[in-house]
Design a protein around this ligand. Structure first.
Ligand code: GLV
Ligand code: MN
Ligand code: MN
Length: 417
């Protein structure tokens, strides 16, 4: 029996089409927000597929869906393959879901080829990987590694629902989070296949990417309080307009992100609320979130200092009051050279391969707290992601699955001795 993974393009195409059809039909693009009926329906679909290939399925305390394939050596901590099926609002068809489907496809092929692994294999659909209404990302993987605090569980969404209760909606058991939390040594290795979500592989004509590190992310909420007033009768020098004040801060973020650092940094304001939001009313209050990302934590700290100084300056010059509070942060990770080399060797068997860092956050940021992490990227057409145009040819997804499966086999062997 050959130990190579087949090009089952038709099967993965059918999977992607079926799963990406389970979406909120009134929201834009391909929207499957966590804790919604669409996310729960997609879970039903996954549970069926996991059971069809013989996985032992359960939902953990953090509401992650986990399918287990028993290994030959029960002494060895399992190897985990995972990703997520929640999406951003107006997202695409590939972000997250190909990583979960890759795990299922690898199990099918292992079964078909009657390959037993020394390690048990866990296939995971992590809950709420994307930025959520609760102000944090990677909720399920945080919970899995004991990184959801009481304060996090008390965070509420716009309807006032606490995260603790949302986890229960998805089958979680928040009271058991602490006892179930994974510790160092509980998992031998975490592997994930994901779309690159950027232009590098396509533009450099590589078919597969080996992730060398994943950026850390900080998110902050800024509230600018001015004074709402009549837009016609209030002279320019007598107003306390919250929006131009907020605009100065938006531009300051762009300015500080454009400076030169040892590692790339990016800064984005992607969400803003203007109150009262009337064409003839001076904005009295603006609330916006900004996020900054880099592999270098010092660069992020520098950017935060810059924003704090700018806020002090804008408060004085415009006579508005401004608060800035950190919403969340995830630590950057560097993938160990051993794992990079192992993954790279497997990738090189199936296509042209490039080492690159990830500018997107992933559940691997959390899993790295308890286990070595490795990731493979496949190209994103025109570098697009988090939008309905997101696309990766099925043949390219298949290469990623073959590379991931091959990496799994080689690590299963290497980590058994
Ligand atoms: C996840 O997709 C992120 O990087 O925001
Ligand atoms: Mn993703
Ligand atoms: Mn995403």
């Amino acid at each position: 029996m050959t130990k190579t993974f087949e090009k089952n393009e038709k099967r993965i195409e059918q999977d992607i089409i079926a799963l990406s059809a389970i979406i909120d039909s009134v929201a834009p693009g391909y929207t499957r927000r966590p804790f919604t009926k669409w996310h729960l329906e997609s879970r039903e679909w996954l549970i069926r597929e996991m059971k069809n290939c013989g996985l032992d399925v359960r939902i953990d305390a953090a509401s992650n869906l986990i399918g287990k394939r028993q290994g030959v050596n029960p002494e060895l901590p399992p190897i985990m393959i995972g990703s997520h099926t929640d999406s951003v609002v107006g997202g695409g068809r590939f972000d997250g879901i190909i990583g979960v489907l890759a795990g299922i496809e690898i199990v099918r092929q292992l079964n078909e080829k009657k390959i037993e692994l020394a390690h048990s294999l866990l296939i995971v659909d992590f809950t709420a990987e994307e930025a959520s209404e609760f102000g944090i990302s990677t909720i399920g993987s945080r919970g899995m590694v004991g990184n959801l605090t009481e304060a996090d569980l008390g965070r509420t969404n716009a309807e006032g629902l606490p995260l603790r209760n949302a986890l229960k909606v998805a089958g979680g058991r928040p009271d058991d989070l602490e006892t179930e939390a994974l510790k160092v040594g509980d998992i031998s290795l975490y592997l994930e296949l994901h779309i690159e979500q950027g232009p590098v592989l396509e533009q450099t004509q590589h078919e597969l990417g080996v992730v060398t590190g994943i950026v850390g992310i900080q998110r902050h909420k800024v509230v600018v309080e001015g004074q709402a007033n009549h837009a016609g009768t209030t002279p320019m020098h007598m107003r306390f307009d919250a929006l131009p004040a907020a605009s100065e801060l938006v531009l300051a973020l762009e300015e500080v992100a454009n400076k030169t650092y040892t590692e790339q940094v990016v800064g984005t304001v992607g969400r803003m609320f203007v109150e009262p939001n009337g064409a003839n009313v001076i904005p009295g209050r603006v609330v916006f979130d900004f996020e900054i990302r880099s592999l270098d934590p010092h660069a992020l700290d520098q950017m935060v200092e810059y924003m704090k100084n700018k806020i002090a300056h804008v408060e004085t010059s415009r006579k508005v009051s401004i608060t800035m509070n950190q919403l969340s942060h995830s630590d950057a990770i560097i993938v160990s050279e051993d794992v990079v080399q192992g993954v790279e060797k497997s990738c090189q068997r199936f296509g042209t391969t490039l080492r690159l860092p990830s500018g997107a956050g992933h559940d691997g940021n959390q899993l790295a707290k308890v286990a070595p992490v490795g990731m493979i990227f496949v190209p994103s057409k025109n570098g697009k992601s988090h939008c309905p145009e997101e696309w990766t040819d099925y043949a390219e997804v298949v290469k990623g699955i073959q590379a991931l499966g091959t990496a799994l086999l080689s690590f299963d062997k290497a980590l058994s001795v």
